[in-house]
Design a protein. Structure first.
Length: 426
């Protein structure tokens, strides 16, 4: 009896291998998997381009080692241009007859205690409605384009915003769901409405605010602020911004404001709190379905040596609905390839049939060779698909895509399998 059961199991395994065979490693591939995580740093308004990039590098250096287990983690800058704020302060100094201009930089960056009138000028500047109005944030559209592009590629986003950069973060998170990007793709809201498995905006992007001047964050985003942050305390009476929640002192000999990013990264309590929030955001967020990613491709040479080959078309069917995109590319030798593709964004849980039709044009050409790929081009190479027509027009089943809802960070999982031998449909 035991031998019979064992034999039956081998028969089942052989049958399955005959129908669905891609090689031993192919089953682990999910062409619709998310790409990873991008940490986007948004700087404060007193930074020029070089200073903002230096802050990004310092932030990465201080946090990345503690997040080494997060796969494919990237860091990027969303720059907030300093505009005319430092120039305005410099003009005020000139009007007051301060001739040692070096003092200006020492006061501005908290390296030396400035006079009370300078503190008042800073308070006036950082609470100026022109600087706080989201409708006049000059690079907000650039930030929205950046976040939109990252999500289209299939990355989740964690925005780390510092000081007035938090105004940009709030404005961007409010606008992103309905933002129509220059890529002319549907908005995130439209993608989610069309496909409920596509995550909502707040499931793909999070924000952690440092030294924030805002009174509320978006979607309950956490913040990290020193209780003795002097810039935050200067603005609190005017703006009613969020309270400090870090007990450790931020004020030190190199930062009398207690407001610089360097101070928040230097102090263990604030740095560890930031890293904790980053890890919590990573765990909570989902990857987007890579909107531009191909799930599967069938490729066929339709022009060889400047001669048309016999007619062959492939198509992907989800039930009765065809979800095929067709394109053509030219090889360096002049041959042309027809590519029949289904994209990740078009998949829904269930089975997708991979079908084909071959038509003989000349009696001596009965054999058709196509190649099936996971995605566009599998790292393990394509699957040769050989068909021999029994009559003028034959229809084939080339394989199947089994689509299921993701069990972890991926919204969906696609298991692409091509038959070892295409099945002739009678």
């Amino acid at each position: 009896m035991s031998r019979l059961v064992t034999t039956n199991r081998w028969v089942v395994c052989i049958t399955i291998s005959f129908l669905f065979c891609l090689g031993p490693r192919a089953y682990a591939l999910n062409p619709c998997a998310g790409k990873g995580t991008v940490i986007v740093f948004v700087n404060g308004v007193f930074n020029n381009w070089d200073q903002a990039n230096a802050s990004l590098e310092k932030f990465q250096e201080s946090t990345q080692p503690s997040l080494a287990d997060i796969p494919n983690l990237k860091y990027q800058l969303a720059w907030v241009e300093g505009r005319l704020a430092p120039l305005q302060l410099a003009q005020t100094m000139a009007q007051r007859g301060v001739d040692d201009f070096q003092r200006y930089w020492l006061w501005l960056y908290g390296l030396e205690k400035g006079p009370s009138w300078f503190d008042e000028e800073v308070r006036s500047l950082v609470t100026d409605p022109k600087n706080l109005n989201a409708t006049v944030l000059p690079r907000l559209n650039d930030h929205l384009e950046l976040y939109s592009d990252i999500i289209l590629q299939g990355y989740q986003v964690i925005v780390i915003s510092h000081s007035a950069g938090n105004l940009y973060a709030n404005a961007a998170l409010r606008s992103l769901p309905g933002f129509a990007s220059a890529a002319l793709q549907p908005t995130i809201n439209e993608r989610h409405q069309t496909n409920p498995d596509y995550p909502a905006t707040e499931q793909m992007i999070a924000n952690i605010q440092i030294a924030t001047p805002v009174r509320d964050t978006v979607n309950g985003a956490p913040w990290v602020s020193f209780k003795d942050d002097q810039i935050a305390n200067l603005t609190r009476g005017v703006m009613n911004n969020l309270p400090g929640n870090i007990k450790s002192p931020g004020v030190n000999a190199s930062d009398l404001w207690g407001h610089s990013l360097a101070s928040y990264l230097r102090v263990d309590e604030s740095r560890n709190r930031i890293i904790q929030h980053m890890r919590e955001a990573y765990t909570r967020l989902k990857y987007p379905i890579p909107f531009l990613q191909d799930a599967a491709t069938v490729e066929y040479r339709n022009v060889v040596n400047h001669q048309s080959t016999p007619s062959f078309t492939a198509a992907f069917y989800m039930g009765s609905q065809e979800i095929t995109t067709v394109s053509e590319k030219t090889e360096s030798n002049g041959n042309r390839l027809a590519e029949f593709v289904t994209r990740c964004r078009d998949l829904r849980p269930g089975d997708v049939d991979i079908r084909a039709e071959s038509i003989i044009r000349r009696s001596n050409e009965r054999t058709f060779m196509a190649t099936g790929y996971i995605g566009t081009e599998s790292p393990h190479g394509g699957k040769p698909l050989r068909m021999t027509n029994s009559k003028e027009i034959d229809r084939w089943q080339l394989g199947q895509i089994r689509v299921s809802r993701g069990q972890s960070k991926d919204p969906i999982e696609a298991d692409v399998r091509y038959f070892d031998r295409p099945l002739l449909k009678r």
